[in-house]
Design a binder for this molecule. Structure first.
Ligand code: CA
Ligand code: CA
Length: 176
């Protein structure tokens, strides 16, 4: 009971209340993010909002019936995804670990190609309709509201167009 309550009250590493919306991108819906946050919180055994190697070791022996994975292995895996080298994995890094796709590895060339695929009509920008088509293609059940939210992030000036530059910047800053 206590731990259920604690997970509902979960916080991010910086201490502010958790907002799933902030992590929504065009390929992960709010509902999915909430589900992953629950798993993240279950792993975060000391509930400080980040995963340290100790959390993972403890969680694994707890959920895997006493199985103790190799310590080195955990450190290695964590180092791979600890992009800001803080020594632990925050929720953003955790999502990146789950959703990293080959074409999202920070390369402008790859992102240009993805941009071109989303902008199927070669308009030179991505519109709200393009995002809606993409969501259908990826079988993500994004609501109109979620799509608009992504649109607002990528097109803060509300021009109705997402430029290639904005797209690349967004992908670098977010889960990718
Ligand atoms: Ca922790
Ligand atoms: Ca980190």
């Amino acid at each position: 009971m206590t731990s259920m309550y604690a997970s509902r009250m979960s916080r991010t590493s910086r201490g502010e209340a958790f907002e799933a919306r902030e992590f929504v991108t065009y390929y992960v819906s709010e509902r999915e993010i909430e589900a992953w946050k629950e798993i993240f919180d279950a792993f975060d055994t000391d509930q400080d909002g980040v995963l340290a190697p100790r959390d993972l070791l403890e969680a694994m022996s707890k959920y895997n019936d006493g199985y103790h994975p190799k310590r080195n292995r955990i450190y290695q895996t964590m180092a791979l995804y600890d992009k800001d080298e803080s020594g632990n994995i925050d929720f953003k890094e955790f999502l990146r670990m789950l959703f990293e796709r080959p074409y999202e590895r920070d390369s402008s060339e790859d992102l240009k190609r993805v941009f071109g695929e989303i902008d199927a009509e070669n308009k030179g920008f991505i519109s709200e309709d393009d995002l809606a088509d993409l969501a259908i293609e990826l079988k993500e059940n994004l609501s109109q509201e979620e799509i608009q939210m992504i649109m607002r992030k990528l097109d803060p000036k509300r021009t109705g167009k997402i430029s290639l530059t904005a797209f690349i910047d967004f992908n670098r800053e977010h889960i990718v």
